[in-house]
Ligand binder design. Structure first.
Ligand SMILES: Nc1nc2c(ncn2[C@@H]2O[C@H](COP(=O)(O)OP(=O)(O)OP(=O)(O)O)[C@@H](O)[C@H]2O)c(=O)[nH]1
Ligand SMILES: [Mg+2]
Length: 277
């Protein structure tokens, strides 16, 4: 795993690499073994919200964690088993938005959009929830297969921030699980929610902005053309919306064939690798 220097320091208690936190009951951490998985789950969220800490708690691996944003700069993969199913868990770099431009943020964006995860765990910092909800809503625009991991609840409590997670779950239309990832608090509930969403047993009702009238027709028309030109590309509607909004980066991706690469990118490889294709 590569690391790079901090972009900025945010005050928080000393960074701790959580050694020896016991695995929640029923969880078997598989380390780097991601063979024969049933489901792919990814960890997305703003920088420095505890994604890699959750990753380590679930896989038993030792991804770099520390108290500054931008530590994870590439995709990392590990495995765990729960309830008789095997999961491939993908730790992604932090990103503030799916429209962001830096290379590590692009890695996150591309996986969320085109990696076909069976569940996206959105890890949010409960102490600054509002800022984190920006990305959350963007992710819900493209997938309802998501769980919000409301992390850093110990910090929130210390700061007197209270979050009504049940109401938040109703508002967002996805499961919301309060956690303290550093001590693995809430991990059993998180895995249970992820298992439910990934298997389809838990039905979500993601909050989305409705596109109406002529704009809706334009999106449908363009999405159909994109699907025709890039067979197999997930989230053609998202691409269509970005094009209609005049997103230059997406325009470039269409023009220069980057989108075609993403449509056929076997490095995401979930279906091929699991033999389900
Ligand atoms: N107090 C507290 N600290 C936490 C919790 N979860 C993670 N941390 C700490 O928060 C810091 C950031 O954790 P990481 O797991 O590296 O965060 P990340 O989201 O992977 O960060 P990037 O990869 O840089 O985006 C580390 O110092 C962790 O030990 C928590 O629930 N409570
Ligand atoms: Mg990380």
């Amino acid at each position: 795993m590569t690391t790079k220097r901090p972009r900025s320091i945010r005050p928080r208690p000393l960074p701790v690499v959580e050694p020896g936190v016991p695995a929640p009951s029923g969880l078997r951490r598989l380390g780097i073994d991601t063979s024969e998985f049933d489901h792919v789950v990814c960890l997305a969220g703003n920088p420095n919200t505890g994604k890699s800490t959750v990753f380590n708690a679930l896989t038993g691996l030792k991804q770099h964690v520390g108290n500054w944003p931008g530590k994870t700069v590439a995709r990392a993969e590990g495995g765990f088993e729960y309830g008789g199913k095997r999961y491939k868990l993908v730790d992604l770099p932090g990103t503030y938005s799916l429209l962001s431009a830096s290379t590590d943020e692009e890695i996150a964006r591309d996986f969320i959009l085109f990696g076909r995860p069976d569940c996206t765990i959105i890890v949010a910092d409960a102490t600054v929830l509002e800022r984190n909800l920006n990305l959350t809503l963007q992710i819900l625009e493209i997938t309802g297969k998501a769980v919000l991991c409301l992390n850093l609840m110990d910090e929130a409590k210390r700061k007197g921030v209270k979050v009504n997670h049940r109401r938040l779950a109703r508002e967002l239309g996805i499961p919301v699980v309060p956690t303290v990832a550093r001590t693995a608090h809430g991990m059993p509930e998180l895995i249970e929610a992820v298992a439910g969403v990934a298997s389809g047993e838990v039905e979500t009702d993601p909050r989305r902005v409705r596109v109406r009238g002529a704009a809706a027709d334009a999106v449908d028309e363009l999405a159909a053309l994109i699907e025709e030109s890039y067979p197999g590309l997930p989230n053609a509607r998202w691409v269509a919306l970005r094009l209609l909004e005049g997103d230059r980066r997406v325009e470039d991706a269409v023009r220069h064939g980057e989108l075609a690469e993403l449509a056929g990118d076997k490095s995401f490889g979930q279906l091929a690798a699991s033999g389900m294709s």
